[in-house]
Design a protein around this ligand. Structure first.
Ligand code: PHE
Length: 340
């Protein structure tokens, strides 16, 4: 009986290896495993096998069936892989994904454009700075605790005897000093740069961007500051937006303000997003006379205004995107970046 099974197996192997088509292969399968197929009968015949041989017969039958079933599958795959699929060269190709500029880059370009239209010059100043430009010349007395508000990163490098320790600039206001030392008034600069602060949570990232405006000329007053801020709000956010100034304190401006913009969700009435109808944009003020003096500008002849705001902040406010965690902006996650 065992010999019969070996015979069946050898014949099946021979038929399968000669087989050329899927139809033929299906016929072989039915001959072997169909209702009255060879293996089906062989299983039924087990009752005719002598009791003492039955166990061995069963084992051999199962082994042979598995081998042949595997062979059938293998052959089927082989025939399929040889079937040529028809190729239509006129079908349009699949489009490749195109990259695009990051939301922050787009905002920087747009901010530069808004300000250069009214005579500001886009400038860049060092992001690795000395204490003097980031604080000292901005009217922070030595060791003044207000320095702590800027959560500064210090660089492990020899301090300058003239300008103090080296640091990553925590705000673009250092550019005010660089600009006034390099140029005589009239000055209209827009300095956009990376800033660094030791803070990281859902609304802060240790690296972010600010844009700093500085205007220094004869007879510059708060009216000019207001007009410029309003112009920016309308051109960047939309015609219907207005701004307001709230008194505040900065070492380098006097008077100092926090600037708010009317909320676009509730048009200033007050809603869940803004609470009282206004959203905070950032700081501004009239350049402190000591800052002018530190840069060789005579405060009796000249006055100026300055403002410094976060690029990420204004671009998120503009787009109406509610990004739950600012770290997503810089996470390089394509699922996020594609949407920005
Ligand atoms: N430098 C300030 C900050 O980082 C903002 C500011 C700029 C305030 C210019 C007044 C004038 O918060």
């Amino acid at each position: 009986m065992k010999e019969d099974l070996i015979n069946i197996k050898n014949q099946a192997i021979a038929r399968i290896s000669d087989c050329q088509s899927l139809n033929e292969l299906e016929e072989i399968r039915i001959d072997l495993f169909g209702r009255s197929g060879i293996f089906t009968n062989a299983s039924k015949n087990i009752t005719k096998v002598a009791t003492e041989d039955r166990k061995q017969y069963g084992i051999t039958l199962n082994e042979v069936k598995t081998t042949i079933l595997d062979l059938l599958t293998e052959k089927k795959n082989h025939i399929n892989s040889n079937v040529r699929t028809w190729f239509d060269p006129t079908i349009p190709g699949e489009k490749q994904d195109l990259g695009h500029l990051h939301m922050v880059t787009n905002a920087i370009n747009e901010i530069s454009e808004v300000f250069t239209k009214i005579g500001f010059t886009r400038v860049r100043y060092p992001e690795v700075e000395y204490d003097y430009f980031a604080f000292g010349a901005l009217n922070f007395p030595d060791n003044h605790p207000a320095r702590d508000d800027w959560e500064t990163f210090f660089v492990e490098a020899p301090a300058s005897s003239q300008y103090g320790p080296m640091l990553l600039t925590p705000h673009t206001s250092s550019g005010q000093i660089r600009e006034m030392l390099a140029n005589k008034p009239p000055i209209r600069m827009i300095n956009i740069a990376k800033c660094y602060r030791r803070q990281m949570d859902v609304s802060h990232y240790p690296m972010f961007h600010q844009f700093e405006g500085l205007v220094v000329d004869k007879n510059i007053s708060i009216t000019h500051l207001r007009g410029t801020i309003d112009y920016f709000a309308k051109n960047f956010f939309g015609e219907n937006r207005t701004t307001r100034l709230r008194p505040y304190h900065f070492q380098f401006t006097e008077p100092s303000f926090e600037v708010d913009i009317s909320c676009n969700v509730c048009s200033g009435k007050g809603c869940k997003l803004c609470k009282e109808g206004w959203l905070e944009i950032g700081g501004a003020g009239m350049v402190h006379p000591n800052v002018l003096k530190n840069c060789g500008v005579d405060p009796k002849k000249y006055s100026g205004f300055a403002f410094g705001w976060g690029v990420e902040r204004v671009s998120m406010m503009k787009s109406g995107l509610s990004i739950p965690d600012i770290r997503l902006l810089y996470s390089s996650d394509l699922r996020v970046l594609k949407q920005l």
